[in-house]
Write a protein that binds this ligand. Structure first.
Ligand code: PLP
Length: 394
């Protein structure tokens, strides 16, 4: 063998006795076959076999299997982002002439996708009150093929009656997909409540370190998995094993991170409710949060994201107070180790249940910093708002 050939033929090494706790990162485009007959028969390997790196490697399969186990499903399909998890479900099950129902508090890019992509292609959508519960039955006509739920809603935190919605949808032969990003499968398992698709933005709590983008769709029906995989193959959508390796590392500590963030977020939510600058606290664990009774019945535990509705305050006062924060970072994509705060534009995103609160909404994501440092930061923010609000009123 000459050197040039040696350069592209890696030597086989002894792996006996090598046992590591880390999941290896298997990167691949081409998959090679032991003989010509195996190559000719490759299409029979199906989506559980290995045929092309785009369709999966042992690293991506490990993450899929872990999410499947956590959700109690039969298969998980990985996609490049949480947004893709939602849109791929819609594209996989909706045909021209069909209709999907989305909640008024839905992750805003999902509403835009329905309006700007689905609607011009003949797929209609309806928007419903997130707290509609069994009343969803009245909105389901013969063209409605999918009901989307997101519980709690990212931003205003309404907790949906998922079991009641599933029951009504199933009675009419409708599929149900659930965006479960806030709860993670550790707090809520949508498939156990009858949903057909459990979607996660792995970007958030699974990744956990603000450095990866990934989404997942877990199903309990092999036919739905087949549909999703065929769609992804058609679009040529795949994910990087490196991202999966980071997600696999993140998932190991997710339980502790989410438990800690949930405890601190509940504690802060209760304390913040007493602040004169706060109109109301939207945290699923508080009775002041719409749908709190569903949280109590179906979840009982929290993650780290909740919102504050402030009393009306001038824009420049709020901006200055946010800019003065020392520990919280200003940003949207939550679930990492750093605590975040973000003003939310709720009013323009509502079409069914008008948002009547006058003051600004701040979404808070609790991270892993020292609790006292976080509290002092929030306290300084609220004192700045109170002081200015008082001065303006005088
Ligand atoms: C962040 C988020 C998404 C989108 O996830 P990306 O990975 O950022 O695309 C979808 N749904 C919810 C509830 C989210 O919080």
């Amino acid at each position: 063998m000459h050197d040039l050939t040696r350069c592209v033929h890696h030597p086989a090494v002894n792996e006996e006795g090598y046992a590591s706790l880390a999941v290896p990162t298997h990167r691949a485009s081409t998959i090679v076959y032991k003989d010509a007959a195996s190559f000719a028969a490759r299409k029979y390997r199906g989506f559980d076999g290995y045929t092309y790196g785009l369709h999966g490697t042992p690293t991506t399969r490990t993450l899929e299997a872990q999410l499947t186990a956590l959700h109690g499903g039969v298969r998980t399909v990985l996609v490049p982002s949480g947004q893709a998890a939602v849109t791929m479900v819609m594209l996989a099950v909706l045909m021209p002439g069909d209709r999907v129902l989305i909640p008024d508090h839905v992750y805003p890019p999902v509403r835009s996708f329905c309006e700007d992509y689905l609607k011009p292609r003949g797929i209609d959508y309806g928007v419903y009150d997130p707290l509609i519960g069994a009343g969803i039955a009245d909105l389901i006509d013969e063209t409605t093929k999918l009901v989307w739920v997101e519980s709690p809603g990212s931003g205003t935190m309404e907790v949906q009656d998922v079991p009641a919605i599933v029951k009504a949808a199933k009675a009419k032969g409708c599929l149900v997909g659930c965006d479960n990003t806030w709860a993670t499968p550790l707090i809520f398992k949508p498939l156990a409540h009858g949903a057909d698709f459990a979607c996660e933005a792995l970007t958030k709590y699974v990744g956990g370190h603000s450095d990866l983008l990934l989404g997942s769709i877990t199903v309990s029906d092999m036919a739905l998995r087949q549909k999703l995989k065929e769609l992804l193959r058609g679009f040529g959508v795949g994910i990087s094993p490196d991202e999966c390796q980071l997600a696999l590392r993140g998932i190991e500590t997710m339980g502790l991170r989410v438990a800690h963030m949930g405890r601190v977020s509940e504690d802060f939510a209760k304390r913040l409710a007493h602040s004169p600058a706060v109109e109301t606290v939207l945290h699923p664990a508080l009775p002041s949060c719409p749908g709190h009774e569903h949280w109590k019945r179906d979840m009982g535990r929290s993650s780290g994201v909740f919102s504050l509705v402030l009393k009306p305050v001038a824009d420049d006062v709020l901006e200055a107070a946010l800019t003065a924060l020392k520990v919280f970072a200003i940003g949207a994509s939550w679930g990492g180790t750093r605590s975040l705060i973000a003003p939310m534009a709720v009013k323009g995103d509502r079409s069914v249940v008008p948002w009547t609160k006058e003051g600004p909404v701040l979404r808070i994501s609790i991270g892993l910093e020292d609790e006292d440092d976080l509290w002092n930061d929030l306290d300084a923010l609220l004192i700045a708002l109170e002081g200015r609000a008082g001065a303006a009123a005088a």
